[in-house]
Unconditional design. Structure first.
Length: 218
């Protein structure tokens, strides 16, 4: 998923997203898409790095995509949103007019996904499990590691979060439609409480920005 699609989940809230995710401490998450059929050598299969703190700050870093000449970086410190392409040092500075100034980093961001599943956000997986799937549905062994599977079904859709029994952070997340696994993500890093760099949530330097204003929230 390219950064232009991801930013839709990071910026102004969709009406479908009811919950507010606001990690009290800085959360650093690195994920890799492992959806069946994905080319492991493709750009889409490269790791992505996300930082979140509170309800208004996010930073998403993508790897360099030489084929499309893109290296995406999105930084949000509401009401400011900076979307940069580090490959050619161009970008957009977007001002969120509000009145709601919450960022959203939806795990499975797609306009076909149900509102319940859209509430699953990076940085607040534990809260989602506690509210929607506190009981362990089953256990599953992956690469020799036993994982608890927490599952939420909503009509023809379902989401699963897999975590080690002795951990409060996820190892995998999966999205199903009509009983078929259509999206899978592996968590490579989940760090809570790291010290943020001074410039982490400021405008990326050395980028030429075009100014943009969003429409007010309805």
């Amino acid at each position: 998923m390219k950064i232009l699609a991801i930013i839709l989940a990071l910026g102004t809230a969709s009406p479908a997203i009811a919950a507010t995710c606001a990690p009290a401490k800085l959360v650093h998450i690195v994920t890799t898409e492992t959806t069946p059929g994905i080319d492991p050598a493709s750009f889409d299969a490269l790791p992505k790095s996300l930082y979140r703190q509170g309800a208004t700050r996010s930073r998403l870093e993508e790897q360099q995509d030489d084929k499309n000449k893109i290296q995406g970086l999105a930084v949000i410190d509401e009401p400011n949103i900076w979307m940069a392409n580090l490959y050619d040092r161009t970008g957009r500075h977007i001002v969120d007019p509000g009145p709601v100034f919450n960022t959203h980093a939806v795990v499975f961001a797609d306009d076909r996904i149900s509102p319940k599943i859209l509430d699953l956000e990076f940085g607040c997986e534990a809260e989602f499990i506690a509210a929607n799937a506190p009981k362990v549905d089953r256990t599953e062994t992956i690469d020799g590691v036993s994982l608890n599977v927490h599952r939420l079904s909503d009509g023809k859709e379902a989401v699963e979060i897999l975590e080690k029994p002795d951990a409060a952070t996820p190892s995998f997340a999966r999205y199903y439609r009509d009983g078929k696994l259509v999206w899978a993500i592996r968590y490579d890093l989940y760090e809570i409480g790291a010290q943020p760099d001074a410039d982490m949530f400021t405008a990326p330097k050395g980028v030429k920005y075009v100014e943009t204003t969003l429409q007010p929230d309805k």
